[in-house]
Design a protein around this ligand. Structure first.
Ligand SMILES: [Zn+2]
Ligand SMILES: [Zn+2]
Length: 371
């Protein structure tokens, strides 16, 4: 630890920017020196190893309306791997100094009378505390954390890959608890941010054939990464929207038609674009599922009568809990999700570049080496 000063990437401004405007980084954030408090009872001090930039960190930096609730200034960041430096007072179970771990992003109230917490689903607790949004988070070089958040690393998990356990755990929650994927299904994923790319990979690992959508700016990086993995890609635009692609016929890498008569078995919406959702639900077969992983900056106008007439099941997915983290760790160690293919590493000194690149969609997943 010596005497090196501890730095953090801090969100302070709330000037509104549009997607793609990387000036938001300089305007709404800054690098700050941090004084680390002593861990209190039930808390630990941790050294942050690798932290990934989440789409929601990008949205917060751009000050999108669905992130207005975050109090500023705040050292953000909730997707990370870390190492225990010091234990506060109290019982920490088998945890010891030097252990590697993931903190769960969402810590429940853990009260007896909270139904969500009683079933271990902290992600659904109305009083949950989100790392990096309610307190300082993982874009600090050190963090003080409740030890209840800790999910110890399983053997063989590399710390740089550990940074993406949290987002992968959310997709695990979606794929395994909500999506009901059967081998041979045609699954459409809308949006090719990392959640979309992860959803595409896990859906395929579950036996589905998968197509993923993006826009023109995604063609050379995010969609290309998917294509290299054998996932079918669709570039949508106002001139050529999703429906006309499917109407004309989308072909997979073997030249076979994707979907049947322009309809798919499952939609996983990861774009967070209201119009994308409104349009994409029109492509789902009757009595099939629509799974929402994204959040939206405004209320979505969609054809609810279509949902009724097609008997569609719309399912939302909020975050993840410890069990999903443990599955995500396994998927990374077993390379069921090929982290190496999707991660772009940056040093902490280049964190502004990493955010700017993320805002401009020049990365698949930016991961910062924090120390
Ligand atoms: Zn996240
Ligand atoms: Zn609770």
């Amino acid at each position: 630890m010596n005497n090196k000063s501890i730095k953090g990437f801090c969100l302070h401004g709330s000037k509104r920017f549009h997607p793609g405007e990387a000036e938001a980084v300089e305007c709404n954030t800054s690098i700050v020196e941090m004084e680390m408090p002593e861990p209190k009872e039930g808390e630990i001090l941790a050294e942050t190893l690798y932290t990934a930039i989440c789409g929601s960190d990008v949205s917060a930096t751009l000050s999108k309306p669905n992130f207005d609730w975050i109090q500023r200034p705040k050292v953000i960041g909730h997707e990370c791997s870390a190492r225990v430096l010091k234990l506060g007072q109290g019982n920490h179970g088998s945890l010891k100094v030097g252990d590697l771990f993931n903190p769960v992003a969402q810590l429940g109230c853990r009260k007896e009378d909270c139904p969500a917490c009683r079933s271990g689903k902290w992600n659904l607790c109305p009083d949950k505390i989100i790392l990096g949004y309610h307190g300082n988070g993982a874009f600090g070089q050190q963090m003080v954390l409740e030890s209840a958040r800790i999910v110890p690393f399983i053997e063989g998990l590399r710390p740089e890959f550990g940074a993406i356990v949290e987002p992968l755990s959310v997709v695990v929650n979606a794929i395994y608890s909500k999506c009901n994927i059967k081998p041979g299904m045609d699954v459409l994923v809308t949006g090719c941010g990392i959640m979309g790319l992860m959803a595409a990979e896990l859906a395929r690992a579950a036996g589905a054939r998968v197509a993923i959508t993006g826009i023109e700016q995604d063609r050379n990086i995010r969609l290309k990464a998917a294509q290299q993995r054998g996932i079918t890609t669709i570039v949508v635009s106002p001139e050529k929207p999703l429906l006309s692609h499917l109407h004309e016929g989308v072909r997979d890498s073997r030249g076979m038609l994707f979907g049947s008569k322009g309809k798919v078995d499952l939609l996983i919406e990861c774009s967070g674009i209201s119009q994308a959702l409104a349009e994409a639900i029109l492509t789902v077969k009757p009595e099939h599922d629509v799974c929402l992983i994204a959040t939206y900056p405004n209320n979505v106008e969609l054809d609810a009568t279509h949902v009724t007439r097609q008997s569609l099941n719309i399912k939302g997915v909020m975050g993840s809990h410890k069990e999903h983290f443990m599955i995500a760790q396994k998927l990374l160690v077993q390379e069921a999700f090929p982290a190496e293919h999707y991660i772009n590493l940056y040093d902490f000194d280049h964190i502004n570049d990493a955010f700017a690149d993320s805002i401009r969609a020049k990365t698949t997943k930016a991961v910062i080496k924090m120390n």
